[in-house]
Design a binder for this molecule. Structure first.
Ligand code: UD1
Length: 417
């Protein structure tokens, strides 16, 4: 296993290019199951989650190849219908095969993902939506076993705007008979990207990006070519890296409209942020002010940037409150940040973050993808060396993070543990 070693104290300078959005690519990959033939997705990040999803598809008889950020998916040989435990347990997003397999093959067997580092994370909304569309579902030996003799479109109302359940429902409804109206749908840009991909396959999805998505089922879809959107969480992480180091960096190939909530908070904290087309410029300051945050579904402040933002707030003047409303227990980075000298107290789903003059380098452990990014950010400003172990988490969502930060002037390397 590798670890990442960061020596703190460098102001970051220069430009960094943002890759394609992992969370858009994953459902787009499974949406390819809705048709037979070769689809091509460009601007695909070279990440472990993308490789895992490729393995999930390969178990179904699909042939996939990822070469220079271009992903080719050939579903001509689609023959299986099972997403097994060994893959689903490493990546929950494997559940994205449920809707497309049901719609295209009439059956699907998907391992239940179980709990995760952030608490229970149920999949009841996915299951209920498939049942509403006419599937029969049983839970058998830890698997969701689903069957349908033709899905039928109908109104579906979610109690929570779940990204994953919205994506699965949009995919399944695309080949259903009639119209499906999804009420209280997730509005995340990744849902809009999925809808655009399905429409480029000949589908009829309207309203993506709003809380009501209308899917008119079609008889068949065809393979398509699609360029995916920029990764807003990667971009947000580099924005915070510029802010926390008091640096001056340009974030290129980003989509500023997808990051409004973070940009507003950073500006309130006194950080200079300018947007021009697909470039976001950040000018850090010596003294940053504390600004409270409440995570919420898009367009609110993303839960996937909560850990990184908390690192910034540990050295911001004043006290602030960070409330996590999307997931029940997403503070696994807190004990590690405390080991580096941060002043953070947890009360339920709220973190009270006090000001410390500096963080100090320490051996720390990455507990999940975004928590690892938060620890790298902490290492960038900590006194001395920070050794981050279990960095396989970071490879799920940040392509070449050592190279990108290194090119901006950070002292960072990956070494075998
Ligand atoms: C996706 C993202 C993840 C992000 C999250 C919220 C991917 C691959 N992952 O996860 O990075 O943090 O959106 O922006 O895109 N819920 C239920 N029942 C369900 C499904 C969800 O109760 O069946 C709850 C969850 O526990 C959570 C909330 O709904 O409290 C939102 O979760 P959801 O939007 O579904 O997250 P994911 O799609 O799993």
């Amino acid at each position: 296993m590798d670890k990442i070693v960061v020596k703190g104290g460098r102001k970051l300078k220069g430009a960094v290019k943002i890759g394609g959005a992992k969370n858009a690519v994953l459902p787009i990959m499974t949406a390819c199951l809705l048709t037979r033939g070769v689809s091509v997705v460009t601007n695909v990040p070279g990440l472990r989650d993308v490789v895992t999803m490729k393995s999930v598809l390969e178990r179904l008889g699909v042939v996939g190849s990822l070469d220079d950020h271009t992903l080719t998916i050939d579903t001509s040989g689609l023959s299986g219908f099972e997403a097994p435990y060994d893959l689903v347990s490493t990546m929950r997003a494997s559940i994205y095969v449920l809707g497309p397999l049901l719609a295209a093959c009439g059956k699907a067997k998907v391992s239940l993902p179980g709990g995760c580092a952030w608490g229970p994370r149920p999949v009841d909304l996915h299951i209920r939506a498939m049942q509403e569309l006419g599937a029969t579902i049983e839970i058998d030996h830890g698997y969701i076993v689903a069957e349908a003799k033709g899905l039928k479109g109908r109104p579906i109302k979610f109690s929570i705007p779940s990204v994953g359940a919205t994506a699965n429902t949009v995919m399944a409804a695309s080949l259903a008979e009639g119209t499906t109206r999804i009420i209280n749908a997730a509005k995340e840009p990744e849902i809009t990207a999925l809808a655009e991909f399905i429409n480029s396959m000949g589908g009829r999805v309207r309203g993506a990006g709003t809380d009501t998505v209308v899917v008119e089922g079609v008889k068949e879809l065809h393979p398509a070519k699609f360029r995916t959107i920029p990764d807003r969480i990667e971009a947000g992480t580099y924005l915070i890296a510029g802010a926390i180091t008091g640096g001056k960096i340009e974030i290129e190939d980003a989509c500023p409209e997808h990051l409004e909530a973070l940009i507003l908070n950073l500006r309130q904290a006194g950080v200079g942020v300018e947007c021009s087309g697909s470039v976001i410029s950040v000018r850090g300051k010596r003294d940053i002010a504390s600004v409270d945050v409440l995570t919420s579904p898009f367009p609110g402040f993303p839960t996937d940037l909560q850990a990184q933002y908390m690192t910034l707030m540990t050295v911001a003047r004043g006290n602030c409150v960070i409330s996590e409303t999307v997931f029940k227990d997403r503070f696994t980075h807190v004990p590690e940040l405390r080991r580096m000298g941060a002043d953070i107290k947890i009360e339920g789903n709220t973190a009270h973050v006090g000001y410390v003059k500096r963080l100090s380098g320490a051996p720390v452990m990455a507990t999940d993808l975004r928590a690892s990014a938060a620890l790298v950010l902490a290492g960038l400003i900590a006194e001395g060396e920070t050794h981050i172990s279990r960095v396989y988490h970071i490879d799920r969502g940040y392509e070449g993070i050592e190279q990108k930060l290194g090119a901006l002037g950070a002292q960072i390397e990956r070494v075998p543990e």
